[in-house]
Design a protein around this ligand. Sequence first.
Ligand code: HEM
Length: 121
Amino acid sequence: MFDDLPHLKYLTMCMEESMRIYPPAWIIGRKTIHADAISNYKISAGHNILISPYALHRDKRFWPEPEKFIPERFTPEESKNRPKNSYLPFGAGPRMCIGNNFAMMEMQIVLTMILQNLNRN
Ligand code: HEM
């Protein structure tokens, strides 16, 4: 059964697109340890900042027609052409989710079971 999981390509694209539109972790917080700047925005040390995967995942610069459910955004080719960190369902950097692969596997298994059951009716 586990050998089948890598073959569930379209299902995985649907999962990725679902987490784009509704990222379970829709906001991530950080406290700055030193002053920095992002583009023209100056950030002082010791401030709490929020990063919103929800807003990022609906940014038209990276996601045309962001309100539409389009799993094809996650073909290997499309994914390769997007800027790094334009998709953050599991965060990024050293504090990125360590359960990432486990969560993806769980989703594949649960969805497959639900879909098989739906087929029976
Ligand atoms: C759909 C499922 C999941 C999502 C969307 C998710 C998302 C995230 C995100 C965005 C972060 C980073 C938080 C931050 O940067 O402040 C994170 C961290 C973390 N996640 Fe997940 N997660 C999921 C499932 C899991 C599972 C199944 C586990 C464990 C089995 C797990 C364990 C962790 C741990 C331990 C961290 C903290 C890592 C660190 O701070 O070094 N997550 N997760």
